[in-house]
Design a protein around this ligand. Structure first.
Ligand code: FES
Ligand SMILES: [Fe+2]
Length: 394
């Protein structure tokens, strides 16, 4: 795995300092769930905070960006925006996933758009051409340029890592190693064999809320009986205490009456259990948040995961992945059966999004204030405390 492939990730500067009032409110958000406040509304509405997040927090984090099976062949690439920076993630000739700044080393043009397959990366402006290792292969008419060496002009590279079938990218050399970031992630998720699952559905959508609100609602069970009462709220029982994962990961197991992957009236249509799950894992769903940008639910038959990226203070792009064991996905009739899972995810999303967009509207009020947590909001509170400690100037 190319964990240490990076050579030149650059940390952004920390940007402007926070106001005294905001810094004080962030200090109130640090602490255990019983005593901490929620993050102040400015964290969900302000362009200043968004810029500070990008430069001082996201660019110093491991960002969960995708499932590894989105890149199958050498040359498969995807262009994406991470923490305000255009980035290319590609599979190189040795089949390793690598990440580069999507910025030409000549005069800065964004090199690739969207997704596709390419054996060379060719700049549309003056034709500089890079290999899949980021090295500059071709640049015409540079013979008169003093001390010009192609070897000095490769693409800026970032570290990548694969864990549990997820792809992570770190944009700064100051970010700790992936093992430190993930703590006991591997051991905790071993029963689900996450890296062997195959993606059967990938969907992108835009939501009119701050990126943190989207991830928070996935990591608290307080809203289930109010927002999801008609769909699956009754299936979820009292969640267990969060596990001690360490690193920058929050995880807890939610016992369920039936499968959390299907609606309450569709429980008879469950697909087979994932191989390797014991009786305990078969009777619930593990909810995990790899701070800051990736969260997932490891259920008894399926994995469903979300990554959220800011498009502005009050708007985000969300990617959804639904994954199953390869043998489940290869069995006859799988597609029709999986549709019931997808429909459950879509209905849950619609219910969540309706309330998230109202939450965002209320947050915009000049009279909005930081609130307090219920003990059913462990994941959201843990993230808030983590974030409040790390936002520069807090
Ligand atoms: S900007 Fe890329 S070749 Fe000139
Ligand atoms: Fe929800």
């Amino acid at each position: 795995m190319p964990d240490d492939a990076g050579n030149a990730g650059m940390a952004g500067d920390a940007g402007p300092a926070l106001s005294g009032a905001l810094a004080g409110a962030l200090r109130d958000a640090v602490g255990d769930i019983a005593s901490a406040s929620t993050l102040p509304p400015e964290c969900y509405t302000g362009a200043d905070v968004l810029a500070l997040e990008a430069s001082g927090l996201l660019r110093r984090s491991w960002l969960g960006v995708a499932r590894a099976d989105e890149w199958r062949e050498p040359g498969d690439y995807a262009a994406m925006e991470l923490a305000g920076a255009p980035v290319i993630v590609l599979r190189d000739e040795e089949r390793r996933l690598r990440a580069f700044a999507n910025t030409c080393r000549h005069r800065g043009t964004r090199l690739l758009e969207g997704r596709g397959n390419a054996q060379r990366i060719r700049c549309p402006f003056h034709g500089w051409t890079y290999g899949l290792d980021g090295g500059l292969r071709g640049a015409t008419r540079m013979g008169a340029t003093r001390s010009f060496r192609r070897a000095d002009m490769g693409l800026v590279e970032f570290r990548t890592a694969e864990r549990g079938g997820f792809v992570f990218v770190a944009l700064s050399d100051e970010t700790p190693g992936i093992d430190e970031w993930l703590g006991a992630f591997d051991a905790l998720h071993a029963p689900w064999r996450l890296d062997e699952l195959v993606t059967t559905r990938r969907r992108e959508l835009e939501v009119e809320c701050n990126w943190k609100l989207f991830l928070e609602v996935f990591n608290e069970s307080y809203h289930l009986e109010y927002v999801h009462a008609a769909t699956f709220g009754d299936i979820y029982l009292e969640p267990e205490r969060p596990d001690a994962v360490g690193g920058c990961v929050q995880s807890s197991f939610s016992p369920t009456a039936g499968t959390g992957g299907l609606k309450v009236d569709e429980q008879g249509h469950a697909l087979p259990f994932m191989p390797g799950l014991g009786p305990r894992e078969r009777a619930g769903t593990r909810y995990t948040w790899v701070f800051p940008s990736l969260t997932f639910a490891a259920g008894s038959e399926a994995l469903w995961a979300y990554a959220a990226r800011a498009l502005g203070p009050t708007r985000c792009r969300v990617t959804q992945w639904v994954c199953f064991p390869a043998e489940t996905a290869a069995a006859p009739g799988f597609e029709a059966k999986a549709e019931r899972y997808y429909a459950r995810m879509d209905e849950a999303l619609a219910e969540d999004i309706a309330v998230l967009e109202r939450q965002q509207l209320g947050m915009a009020s000049p009279f909005a204030r930081a609130g307090r947590w219920s003990d059913l909001e462990q994941g959201a509170a843990a993230f808030a405390a983590w974030y409040a400690k790390r936002l520069p100037g807090a």
